[in-house]
Design a protein around this ligand. Structure first.
Ligand code: NAD
Ligand code: TYD
Length: 341
């Protein structure tokens, strides 16, 4: 392994992975390949932009020619795929881009890799492929029952990865991780959205009763686990990555408000998300026992540091919260906030 193409590396988790891999492995070349959609942001890669073992290519993973050109030019031997449309609410408003990137795009990457003899392919997936679980924890062999267009498209992509392992013998691996938080997360997901809205004393639209449960994983731990699977994962393997920190959405909201010293009167219960998964929960035994991975951060310490990062880095998020962002905000929240439950 020497030349790694990190697709979707200008997004939240992919950029953390690129930043950490460039520092950790000076003998690897890290090539970020990203379309720069609304969620892709070169500011996320500024800390490594002058690094000699880093390169950026703007391209779309659904474009065979662009993918093959990048693989050839940079003599890529390994692909780590983060590229995706990643937000459930957007998939409810318009599923089309999700099918294109999360299903067709994964196929194009796999097929280009096969054609050019790139044999190591790691795919970043999500706990949402399992669907909702009222109690207990999903294990890697459990059936997949995705509920949103986002989750269904991620499941479709995963199935193509499986087929390329079984049919063509490609050394693939897949990780399915919990809800991830940290610096540089686009402020549409609950944590950065609520932190930045609260900083401006604006209302926080909490869906339904706020009693849905998510398991929270720090982005540094998520990327460390992917690195572990990339180096130690057997061909065709699948690993859950859990944060082992379940919270009701209402409690997460309280944590954020307390960290910012903002009043609870900012919370608004609004109409629920259609098809809203009640609880996600993963069992972490396989990655712990087989690969010896464990988390290095506690939720409290990492979320407090994350809140602090958004407080100190308004330069990063203020310019995002304009233009296209406000259009999405209007489509998503304006009416809901007027009809507060
Ligand atoms: P993100 O939305 O922040 O970033 C996605 C990146 O992919 C962006 O840089 C975007 O420009 C790029 N991209 C989108 N379409 C593309 C295309 N067609 N070609 C090339 N690049 C394209 O997403 P994220 O939160 O960093 O998630 C990264 C991956 O991790 C996704 O595959 C997601 O499904 C998975 N995941 C996310 C979470 C989470 O909580 N955020 C949890 C588990 C798994
Ligand atoms: P989100 O960050 O969109 O991640 P996911 O849907 O992938 O879990 O949402 C996390 C939880 O927070 C989910 O239960 C929906 C809820 N939520 C709200 O209550 N209000 C919001 O404005 C957002 C964005 C999410």
């Amino acid at each position: 392994m020497q030349n790694i193409m990190v697709t979707g590396g200008a997004g939240f988790i992919g950029s953390e992975f690129a930043r950490s891999m460039v520092e950790k492995y000076p003998n690897y070349k890290i090539v970020v390949f990203d379309k720069l959609t609304y969620a892709g942001n070169l500011d996320n890669l500024l800390p490594i932009s002058d690094n000699p073992n880093y390169a950026f290519v703007r391209g779309d993973i659904t474009d065979h020619d662009a993918v093959e050109r990048a693989l050839t030019e940079h003599q890529i031997d390994t692909i780590v795929n983060f590229a995706a449309e990643s937000h459930v609410d957007r998939s409810i408003l318009n599923p089309d881009a999700f099918i294109q990137t999360d299903v067709v795009g994964v196929y194009v990457l796999l097929e280009s890799a096969r054609k050019l003899g790139v044999n190591r392919f790691h795919h970043v997936s999500t706990d949402e492929v399992y669907g909702s679980i009222p109690d207990g924890f999903f294990r890697e062999g459990d059936p997949l029952e995705p509920n949103s267009p986002y989750a269904a498209s991620k499941t479709g992509g995963e199935m193509m990865v499986r087929a390329y392992n079984v049919t063509y013998g490609m050394h693939t691996s897949v990780t399915r991780a919990s809800n991830t938080f940290g610096p540089y997360q686009y402020p549409e997901k609950i944590a950065p959205f609520f932190i930045t809205e609260a900083l401006d004393d604006r209302p926080l639209p909490l869906y339904g009763d706020g009693m849905q449960v998510r398991d929270w994983l720090y982005v540094g731990d998520h990327c460390d686990a992917i690195d572990t699977v990339l180096h130690k994962g057997a061909p065709g393997s699948i690993y859950n990555i859990a944060g082992e920190h379940e919270m009701h959405n209402i409690d997460l909201t309280h944590f954020i408000l307390q960290a910012l010293d903002k009043p609870e009167t900012l919370i608004r219960h609004v109409a629920d998300r259609p098809g809203h998964d009640r609880r996600y929960a993963l069992n972490n035994d396989k990655i712990r026992e087989e690969l010896g991975w464990s988390q290095k951060h506690t939720f409290e310490e990492a979320m407090a540091a994350t809140v602090e990062w958004y407080k100190k880095n308004e330069w990063w998020w203020r310019k995002i919260k304009t233009g296209e962002y406000l259009e999405f905000y209007k489509a998503q929240y304006a009416e809901r906030l007027e009809t507060t439950e």
